[in-house]
Design a protein around this ligand. Sequence first.
Ligand SMILES: Nc1nc2c(ncn2[C@@H]2O[C@H](COP(=O)(O)OP(=O)(O)OP(=O)(O)O)[C@@H](O)[C@H]2O)c(=O)[nH]1
Ligand SMILES: [Mg+2]
Length: 454
Amino acid sequence: MLKNDETIVAIATPSGYGAIAVIRISGNNSMKIIKKIFCSFSKKKIEKNSIQLGYIKEKNQLIDKVLIFLFKKPKSYTGEDIVEISCHGSIYIQNKLLSIILDQGARLANPGEFTLRAFINGKIDLCQAESILDIVNSETFFSHKFAINQIRGNLSILIRKLSKKIINLLSLIEFELDFSEENCNFINYLELKKMLYNIIKKLKTLIRSFKIGNALKNGISVSIIGCPNVGKSTLFNKLLKYERSIVSNIAGTTRNYIEDSLIINGIKFRFIDTAGINNNTKDYIEKLGIKKTYNKINKSDLILYVFDDLNEKFIFKEVKSLQEKYPKKKIFIIINKYDLIKKKIKPINYKKIFKISAKYGYGVNNLLSEITFFSKKMTSLKERTLVITQTRHYESFKKAIFYLYKVKKNLYSISPEFLSIDIRTALDYLGKVTGEVTNEDILSNIFSKFCIGK
Ligand SMILES: Nc1nc2c(ncn2[C@@H]2O[C@H](COP(=O)(O)OP(=O)(O)OP(=O)(O)O)[C@@H](O)[C@H]2O)c(=O)[nH]1
Ligand SMILES: [Mg+2]
């Protein structure tokens, strides 16, 4: 996969008809290939770093009138010679141009291969490469904001700063190592401890930002749970504003969870309709559905616990036991079918409750505003906070912290030789994020997620 002496080609725009389409060629033979198939209007020679209008021809047959963009290495996306052909977006033309270029000796690019080459040629680091995928996939204000921050290299800059600090730490310890046989003691342990504390603190801030980053990138997950028939699916449909789940008066209608997303004020929410919880069921399939409900609760940011009557003792007991099981989860208590309930509702103990009629829409907008308010609180960020969104980064930072903590704990008790091994391991984990330390498996895993042509 890392061989890049071949010239690659791909259609970079989405498949299908369009006003225009873009075909990209990258590699040593890009210029040679375009010279063979392109005929300029201006009769000028094909020059580097220019845009030219002309025809693509095969033998003597004209295929399309196109614009070509020529980028000479190293000043290009991949760091190689690149030609981008902007042609008419007919499926026939796109495929024809592709096959003409393949006939000239280029080969079809693998997913993400243009960006992989940019990484290999030192144009971007690995976390910038990942953010390119994020920006292509960004659906909301926030997912775009995090991706653009990362493309600009803000995370890479911070990692480089932290790595430099760790290298300073390492050199102090290795300096001690050099003189260890002479029974001298140069290390200022208090100073080292302070340095470690500061590095760990910065890494922990990044780790904490992952929960927010992940929620904003993939959507804040909101599970709708409760006993069978309380109106969970009706509420789910009302929130999504279309009939996504089947609704019926037969208890146990929803057997498996159903998920759908909605973007409100630039924030993505993933609402999950779940199978009704019936702990007395003997039905095997229903039991499986309920198990999945608990799995979803575990992964949710917010739980909408729906009831359809006003048995306060029951509600309190159920909510209390759920909260004990998931102490950190935020739970909203929803009393549904309020159109049928004649009694007045008092607040149940300390919890606020939402009175709604999912069927007729009463109270649903208020519930939505509270969900949005909760999400804003959950994701509130200082303007300049750096947010990480990749699990790979999160895992690497966690590992780096683990080894730095180990060093901090053993600072006085083990020899500098062993401390230095752990510091180097921590450093390697930071290097994995930017790609200074990497291997082919990691790269193929990252770039296989890209589309062809990126
Ligand atoms: N009167 C009234 N009926 C409602 C309301 N919400 C839901 N229902 C009715 O309650 C019944 C059950 O609704 P569902 O949404 O299928 O309930 P569920 O909780 O998803 O049920 P399961 O999937 O079986 O767990 C249906 O007949 C709905 O029309 C409401 O606000 N008022
Ligand atoms: Mg249902």
